[in-house]
Design a protein around this ligand. Sequence first.
Ligand SMILES: [Zn+2]
Ligand SMILES: [Zn+2]
Length: 260
Amino acid sequence: MAGHSGRAIATLMKWLKPKGTTPETPKGERPLWFTRSLLTSALRAGGCVVCAALAVSERRFLHSFLYEGMMSAMVRQKFLDGGGFCLRHFWMAKEIEDECWPTGGIGMAILCEDLVRQVQVQMSQREASDSRKRSREPRSPRLGRDCMFCVDLRQKEESLIEALEEISEEPSFARRFTADRFCARHGELAGERWHRVTRRNWASELVQCHLAELAGDLREFIRKHDYQHRHEQPGREHDVVLRAIAFLIGPKPTIQREKS
Ligand SMILES: [Zn+2]
Ligand SMILES: [Zn+2]
């Protein structure tokens, strides 16, 4: 299957490590060239650079898991121990399977079978336990509670923010990093995690600039909605609601094909 990635496999492999041991890609040791390449590609995608890079990583990891990771008993167990997929990743995985295996994939059926069996076992155990104990237990199985794809996203987010402090100092990168390249969350994270005041100020100025732009465009959008101004031609404010939502909470969670 095209799009198979050794890096994604390396990500999957770290799930094979038993708890308490050093992960294969410890924090801070992710090669900068890899992160640079991810961030540079994300710069071409538009919107928040960190969100765009995470969307690519998220898809790679899910694809790799469906392609072969899930066939490893240890990875599959790790998946089940986390309660399977969360809502977001369950539907994304299904979409990826439909897209990449158009003649029909079996992966999601196998995973669903595992999860259905897990729910059956949990329900049987609950039925068998006494009523006093049962009252203290959750009413339904906590599916997706520790989704390994969510955990991976959080770790990648940290490493991308960390690397961005260094990479954003490079003039060729910084020149292309316009005000709209941070969403609210990642602008805030840069302000919290970055070590150098000059870099924090740079990020803060960009976010302030973007906020002022959004506020102005929203004002204009609302003004033109008034019947007295509806005859005016739409301008740059025409898509401000989508831009504002993307800034406030992140891009629409749809599958993004890798461009590389
Ligand atoms: Zn973002
Ligand atoms: Zn998830």
